[in-house]
Design a protein around this ligand. Sequence first.
Ligand code: HAM
Length: 418
Amino acid sequence: MNYKIKGTYDLLPEDSIKWEYVQNKLKEIFKKYNYKEIRTPIMEYSEVFHREGEFSDMVQKETYNFVDKGNRNITLRPEATAGIMRSVIETKNYAQNDILKYFYIGPNYRYERPQKGRFREFYQFGVEVIGLKSPYVDAEVIMLASDIITEFGLDGVLIKLNSLGDNQSRLKYQKVLKEYFESHKEGLCNDCQTRLDNNPLRILDCKIDGPKEVVKNAPKSIDYLTDSSKVHFETVLKVLDENKINYEIDHNLVRGIDYYSETVFEIHANIKDFGNANTLGGGGAYDNLSTDLGGPELTGIGFSFGMERFVEALEVSGAMPNLEYALDAYIITFDEEYNTFASKVLKDLRDHKVIAEMDYDNKSVKSKMKKAIKANPKYLIFIGEDEVKNNLVSVKDTNTQEQKPMKVKELIKLLGGK
Ligand code: HAM
């Protein structure tokens, strides 16, 4: 017996219909904002994610890495942003003299401890806007994230926001933070003691130390912003205020990846019993990702939501509509000898975009009827000796129970076929 890999799942039709609903609705929302879809590879050369200066647990501890038969180091993407930036640099699409507004929906891989809303293979949907540093772009991206929550009918959308500032602000802040934590070193976990040298910002994000008083009382990035970063962040807040976006500043929000600069945020909704999985998505700006990948100076901002979490949030909060697979016609023959005739009727229906099905199982009409009723079609189509002889079909409306013979052409018309 083979079992699925820990942290993975099978998406069966009763759930994939929900994903289809979410994806279709998302695409409508992205369209309103004029974002276009991008699909980048699931596997990339390892250096796309394992960049110098990237000390996040996600990259250091959780990536799936392997050496391929050509001796190349490959990583299954743990997130979408770095691969998208790699693509923008490689295609030189940044030279189009316009900002690039992308959306994406796709799988990612992280070797994490599986738990509620956390998988090893999981889907994200999100956006990246690359090519213009502007507080208005930041605000648009945040408003889009908030719009997604409300458009899907989820309650209590809350954006948690912070600013890490530009490079100069961050260097200053890191120095102050390092000095602060040096003097509280004994209270930190082993991992954080190492983080102190590599990247003290990561301490604010630590799952063990994060809730401790020493971390809660740490210096705030917002107090070390340069004038231009301060104005940038204040303008973002002003636009959010004007548009009545519900946000809250969270001084310890640094996000779990090291490429962030300036505005960072997380998207929360009020979902019963969701605990930590209440963070439906997160994102922020990244001024250095392009140069870290060997590209030109190029800024970007984006966010990603976890698809599994999002679908579950819709379900538990009653925001997932009742979805059913539509079936227009279900053909039942009275004997196998009528199946060839029936197969032509079936093809004709499908050629006219009618959703049609036929039972090929050579069982009794009674057992075929049982299955047909379960399939819940709009019409049952019976085919026997008379129908074949007269080139007709007998059509039963499953709603009114009315039954009458008709030409296939009439049936197509009845079903609104095209
Ligand atoms: P992230 O915070 O690592 O950011 O992930 C974003 C979202 O993906 C999380 O809020 C969560 O909903 C979902 N997620 C993360 N890990 C898992 C998992 N193991 N299982 C299920 N869902 C998960 C990023 O990935 C950034 N690329 C976001 C971004 C885009 N920043 C700028 N642009």
